[in-house]
Design a binder for this molecule. Sequence first.
Ligand code: ATP
Length: 514
Amino acid sequence: MANQDDIFKNIISHSKEYGFIFQSSEIYDGLSAVYDYGQMGVELKKNLRDYWWKAMVQMHENIVGIDAAIFMHPTTWKASGHVDAFNDPLIDNKDSKKRYRADVLIEEHVAKIEGKIQKEVDKAKERFGDSFNEETFRSTNARVLENQAKADAILNRFKDALEKNNLEEVRQIIIDCEIVCPISGTKNWTEVRQFNLMFSTSMGAVTEDSNVIYLRPETAQGIFVNFLNVQKSGRMKIPFGIAQTGKAFRNEIVARQFIFRMREFEQMEMQYFVRPGTEMEWYNHWKQTRMNWHQSLGFGSENYRFQDHLKLAHYANAACDIEFNFPFGFKELEGIHSRTDFDLKAHEQHSGKKLQYFDPELNQNYVPYVVETSVGLDRLFLAVLSKAYIEEKLEDGTTRVALNLPAFLAPIKVAILPLVKKDGLPEKAREIMDMLKFDNACSYDEKDTIGKRYRRQDAIGTPFCITIDHDSLMDNKVTIRYRDTMLQERISIDKLPEIIEEKVSFKKALQSLK
Ligand code: ATP
């Protein structure tokens, strides 16, 4: 069994080999933390986006979508707090000259301690078998308690330092925890500095300070500034939501781990406008709804968990992440935030325009509260790819690499394969392709042996392969081969649309969300 690092490396090279993801501008040696989606990646990404959109917009009468521009008036980012507070604390190692996020160094150190605790728990579980009670063990075992106290103390100290914006203390925690640079192995650290993550550019021909505009670091603000436009033109009644998908840009200090942390990425966000005082109810509702959505993909509920935020952002009164078990451990996949009326109020102040809702039931005007769900499409892509990717040993001793994607997400739904390139089989195959291509992404392939062609389709996750042979010309039947079981069945051509539709439509997945 390969270890997680190796599997992650294999996933990255598989992504390139089969046209899912390429390094941006690769012929110029690439651009750091920027990636391009290839012919297969673009389809999978689009299907993930569609699944989100359908679940959020199509399935909710009171949620509508918009598509706001990436460029926004610069005052937007003053109002949102991003100009003053969208910072990461960074620290450099003087020997390796490598730059790190101070918060990440500390969190990884704590994760190591928690890893030790988990090991103790796993060992005990094995030793005691069925009689093992994890809760009791965690609350009584001396080593576990000692490590837990250590981890809690570091986190509390760190939280306190962040709240007071005490960067010297953040550095001191790194020193006291004896955290070393993974490259140089030394503790020779610089001071901690704040670094703003927004990219800026200038608009128009003259470069003056007043022309500086930002590339949006989140899509949410495009929704806030359009709140009244949508509410009025759509006659929306609270509670209601506005959803949007689109690019966001962050000048990340440390960009690693493939498409997990990119400088240009895509977000899928929904802002839900609610009556003040009801936000906690909606916050809990959306936490659960979004968790169910992720788990509906079928990759195992044990791979998801909630994690409350250590430090609430300047706009939030409650916030948590849905974390996913990536090949490099549990990390944030989606954020659920109760943003209060912070954003709308700030935009009222900076624009001088009222952003209020008249609630006919209360006969009262107010600035709504907002609960937000925010997921990174690229991170979601990586989550799905990393669990769908399997290397399995077959009975004949060979290894098969397949993407076990839910059929409705697969880039190609059906591969049409004439057994040979002659005797009228390609023509028959084309007829079937013409029948299916209006409803399904199909791929036609007549090159190489049938076995090789099956493997190519497995590698990109195609759920169905259809093989046309000489008998097909006589009996109008074909062989359908299923990706997951590799079983083959002979069926009548006119049954194909029904069998395929049953598995590839979004309908079943959407129904399962209810
Ligand atoms: P992190 O702590 O990992 O930097 P964040 O808390 O800053 O993330 P949010 O501002 O809550 O992230 O953004 C919402 C979502 O957008 C995240 O859950 C993540 O899926 C995605 N996201 C954020 N930054 C990036 C990035 N640099 N690359 C890819 N996806 C990102």
